[in-house]
Design a protein around this ligand. Structure first.
Ligand code: PGA
Ligand code: ZN
Length: 439
């Protein structure tokens, strides 16, 4: 391992034009004495955030970027983190991350900001990968104890609603899951072709083909049952592209239900006030009619009783994913595991704030037989670390948006590069993860 020699930090912009933090770390080059190698990373940012997420530090100065500047986080990196780590030799990622956590000292990283801490944690991982001259996914796999050869199934959010689009759909994400393929590149190609077919279908209906934050279309369906309209249009797109719904391609939903819950047990859905049982009845209707095999945040994050009922009723048939519910947090995940709630977790680095804690949460999920889906945020950047994270941990699933917007495509492109690099060693997770759903 090598000493940290230099650290640079700056305020850049994310995919919504909102400030974010970038850090560049230079370490001694172990191969060439006196020289340095560096790595850099940018942190993402959510819109439909969970209450329990680590704190994203924003300046609140209304004169700059409507209060969303991150100069205070930048200052924390420069003035508090850099002096504490410069010149030190951290032999493991976890040693650096422990030092960062100690320096902050709060449970939710509210002193220095999770954006400040994560930018350093990620940049260090990149710098180590450069120093050791191994790709980042390989470095992750050696830390995590996996082969690091599994390309994940893409869960492609081709139709956006909720907080990511102003189109009146309560459900935030309608995803296609092209799992029934031999390779990642074939799977991705199917997802992309379906996205393009969907554009034609929406055009023919005279509906908008403008895209939402994650690159999916955001049409306004005038029908009484807009969500069913959305699902039907996607099924049509799968067929038009020449694929079979339910055997080549499945559907997944992220309801992000905290956003349409009144947090007293009622959900505002399609003009009605529904309770958790009635929401689950709707999900049941959808899984009976469409090949929906994964539902994320189907109920609100504070509705644990509802979650228990949802998990009991549907958990043996489909993937029930906790995102806002678990916020990549081990303590919350443990509570879910112990009480039979959900059977999979969404993994977002910035919900918890360090690479090491993210890996620990993924390890806990794996040991409990939970699925783990590495995920982008709705506010993303050109950083592609999550592609390496998904392969490095062999987790088998990635959620990184639709087939448009370069901050989403950047991750898919990185996965294509990794697939090429792995050559005949590359495995595709599709059949293993979704085989049981195939009709
Ligand atoms: P967010 O959305 O990044 O706005 O939280 C993504 C998700 O909910 O999965
Ligand atoms: Zn979500």
């Amino acid at each position: 391992m090598s000493k940290i020699r230099n650290l640079q930090v700056r305020e850049l912009l994310d995919s919504r034009g909102i400030p974010t933090v970038e850090v560049e770390i230079a370490v001694d080059d172990p191969k060439h004495a006196g020289e340095i190698v560096s790595g850099r990373a940018l942190v993402p940012s959510g819109a439909s955030t969970g209450e329990g997420e680590a704190l994203e530090l924003r300046d609140g100065d209304k004169k700059r970027f409507e209060g969303k500047g991150v100069l205070s986080a930048v200052r924390n990196v420069r003035e508090k983190i850099a002096p504490a780590i410069l010149g030190r030799d951290f032999s493991l990622q976890s040693h650096l991350d422990d030092a960062l956590r100690d320096l902050d000292g709060t449970p939710n990283k509210s002193k220095l900001g999770a954006n400040a801490i994560l930018s350093v944690s990620m940049a260090f991982l990149r710098a180590q990968s450069a120093a050791q001259r191994i790709p980042t996914y390989k470095l992750i796999s050696s830390t995590f104890g996996t082969h690091g050869t599994t390309l994940p199934v893409p869960m492609m959010n081709i139709l956006n609603g909720g907080k990511h689009a102003a189109n009146g759909l309560a459900i935030q994400e309608f995803m296609v899951v092209p799992a029934g393929f031999e390779t990642f590149s074939e799977s991705l190609r199917a997802g992309v072709e379906i996205f393009h077919r969907l554009k034609h279908i929406l055009n023919e209906k005279g509906l908008s083909t403008g895209v939402g934050d994650e690159g999916g279309f955001a049409p306004v369906f005038e029908d009484e049952l807009p969500h069913e309209q959305a699902l039907t249009a996607i099924i049509q797109a799968i067929r038009d592209a020449g694929y079979r719904p339910g055997s080549d391609v499945f559907l997944a939903i992220d309801a992000a239900a905290s956003e349409f819950s009144d947090h007293k047990g009622a959900y505002r859905f399609e003009g009605k006030r529904l309770n958790a049982d009635e929401m689950v009845d709707i999900y049941r209707r959808w899984t009976n009619t469409y090949p929906v095999i994964s539902i994320e945040d189907g109920l609100a994050e504070d509705d644990w009783d509802g979650w228990a009922m949802l998990s009991k009723k549907m958990g043996s048939e489909i993937q029930i994913v906790g995102d806002d519910l678990f916020v990549t947090n081990q303590a919350l995940l443990k509570r879910g595991i112990d009480s039979g709630i959900a059977n999979a977790i969404l993994i977002k680095l910035n919900q918890i704030g360090t690479v090491t804690e993210t890996l620990e949460t993924m390890k806990m999920a794996g040991q409990a037989g939970f699925g783990a889906i590495v995920s982008h945020r709705s506010g993303e950047t050109e950083d592609t670390l999550i592609a390496d994270l998904a392969v490095g941990t062999d987790c088998g699933q990635i959620k990184t948006g639709s087939a448009s917007r370069s901050e989403r495509i950047a991750k898919y492109n990185q996965l294509l590069r990794i697939e090429e690099q792995l050559g005949s060693r590359a495995k595709f997770a599709g059949p293993a993860v979704y085989g049981r759903f195939q009709r």
